[in-house]
Design a protein around this ligand. Sequence first.
Ligand code: SF4
Ligand code: SF4
Length: 268
Amino acid sequence: MLLAFYTENISKFFQKSDYTKMMRSAKIGYVKNLPKIDFRKVYQFFDSPITTLDCGEKCAIYNPNGIPFCCDICHAVPAVYHQEWNYLQKNSNFWHRWKPNKCAEKPTSAEIIRENLPENMILLACRGIPCQREHRALSCRQFPFFPYISDDFRFIGMTYEWEFEQQCWLISNLSQVSATYRQEFINTFDEIFNQWPEEMESYAIKSEEMRTVFLERKLKLPILHRNGKCYLLNPGNERLSQVDPDHYRKFSPYLIKPNSEKSNAPSK
Ligand code: SF4
Ligand code: SF4
């Protein structure tokens, strides 16, 4: 499906420049003549918080800019499909086109980043915090996850954007992901893949990339399965072992429980 966010560290597919290292997600290819998706419905049925905690408060204290990493344009630039942009323009004034000078700390070149942007997508920036939750883009709703597609082309569940292991608190606390959120995620992508099968191919490529990265790291990768259970997947043979989600790996700076310092972060 749609989202492509831009992050500080990026997949090998996009290792061309510092700029493209900001890419934060999933979309790799692009599709022409897409059937129309009803984004009002997509948003309506994919709206539950990921967790009962305010994870924005957990990560923002580690961001020098004082806001959640996934809402910081210096860490992540949202990309949405043109169809979604049309919907957002008609229904809110919360979003505008992203401009290269958005992040003073990391001046970037529009040409370089756009060179890697799929043709059917557009880069946006929101007005920032406070978040208008009803107008969050799909990429905001799914972050930090993407659909994991197995080598034999099955959408088996969710895994995370591994480039954000050091920033995103939730990645170190996967046991906090609610069952309702997981189900909505699965339902949403089932529907999107049903209408846009080519999107599943994009995520299959991303999943393959993750297997390669984790093979190199000699690590298994977490899967929040569509069957409600949690697994570690062997990237070599895709064998699954069921695990207690409390035992998933944690990453610095979330190895220890952060204090409850207040921030102005939105609830994800
Ligand atoms: S998903 Fe939550 S924890 Fe992760 S970067 Fe966003 S606000 Fe922070
Ligand atoms: S979650 Fe809200 S504040 Fe954060 S990037 Fe998305 S729309 Fe903007």
